[in-house]
Design a protein around this ligand. Structure first.
Ligand SMILES: NCc1[nH]cc(CCC(=O)O)c1CC(=O)O
Length: 330
């Protein structure tokens, strides 16, 4: 893409200057974490484009349906897409040029005409335990109450510690921590990536290994969405794209896409890249953790999507075997 930057010099008029000096509008949710992620994107764009100064980029906060739901469990009210729909409408209507998302919240199927054109370098993908001094899951008191609305975290926690009580704990990171402090639960799990970006990683009492708590698909990755036909914006994004993150996220999302539609069960998928070798781990569990199906495989990075699909298909095959066995024995 080098040399193809269509914005180039200040006198370039290929993009209308609707906001004075502003030439790129970034759409984002309005939560503190989302705004920090948009700021990170802005800083990377400015660093990558000598002719951009801070005034060239505007951040536009957009309220999404997901931000307005406090108490109901996400999966009960439609799950994915709740954090992206209104932002994607703004993209389609040209009110923003790019949208910055936590890739964990982006549905596997994007609307026709939009695409994730860019991924930023992934932050730490692991989950953090915030639990009154407990420095491991094993150290949590007997029958401790864990606040989490995540089926993935709930299932893996209960597989390790069937005595734990799970209560839903929703809201953005700050809200959840407030609820924890006022005693709604003894402990919670949060993505370490979010805590780090908020400058709150110090409140983690333990960082869980990916073997203990397999991360959510794309956890810690920031994706930038734009209109598929917007070549000028794609050229702007090219220099901040992080290919290793894109490969890992592609494998994980391919696995999720294979599993989706056929089940609404806890799913975790995590890919690591060592040189050009991908290492993929995937998990499909019963919500109460009573059964945890796993897949683990390695292959060339060039086959990321095929690897993800194969993992998903293997998990579905394992699930089918169990369903048949259960039907026979009941
Ligand atoms: N589902 C909420 C959500 N979406 C993205 C993050 C932040 C971490 C990330 O970038 O994956 C979080 C909070 C959390 O799960 O702790």
């Amino acid at each position: 893409m080098a040399g193809s930057d269509p914005i180039g010099k200040p006198e370039d008029t290929s993009r209308p200057d609707t906001f004075g000096t502003v030439r790129l509008r970034i759409g984002t949710r309005g939560s503190p974490l989302a705004l920090i992620q948009a700021e990170e994107t802005k800083a990377r764009l400015i660093a990558a484009h000598a002719d951009f100064d801070a005034g060239a980029i505007e951040i536009v906060a957009i309220k999404t349906t997901g931000d307005q739901i406090q108490d109901r469990v996400l999966s009960e009210i439609g799950g994915k897409g709740l954090f992206t729909k209104e932002i994607e409408e703004a993209l389609f209507e040209g009110r923003i040029d790019i949208a910055v998302h936590s890739m964990k919240d982006v549905p596997t199927m994007l609307p026709e005409g939009l695409e994730i054109a860019c991924l930023l370098p992934r932050e730490d993908p692991r989950d953090a335990l915030i639990g009154k001094g407990a420095d491991s899951i094993a150290a949590l008191p007997q029958n401790a109450i864990i606040g989490t609305a995540s089926l993935r975290r709930q299932a893996q926690l209960r597989a390790l510690r069937p005595d734990l009580q799970i209560v839903p704990l929703r809201g953005n990171v700050g809200t959840r921590l407030t609820k924890l402090e006022r005693g709604d639960a003894d402990a919670t799990l949060l993505a370490l990536a979010g805590l780090k970006r908020l400058g709150r990683a110090d409140i983690a009492t333990a960082i869980l290994s990916v073997d203990e708590m397999l991360p959510a698909v794309a956890q810690g990755a920031i994706g930038i969405e734009c209109r598929s036909d917007d070549a000028a914006t794609k050229a702007l994004l090219a220099p901040i794209h992080h290919a290793p993150t894109a490969i890992r996220v592609a494998a994980e999302r391919a696995c999720l896409a294979t599993l989706e539609g056929s089940c609404r069960t806890p799913i975790a998928v995590y890919a690591e890249l060592n040189g050009d070798q991908l290492h993929l781990r995937a998990l499909l569990a019963a919500p109460d953790g009573s059964r945890v199906l796993r897949d683990e495989r390695r292959g060339p990075a060039a086959d990321a999507v095929a690897l993800g699909r194969a993992a998903g298909e293997n998990l579905l095959a394992q699930q089918a075997t169990i369903a048949v066995t259960t039907a026979h024995s009941s």
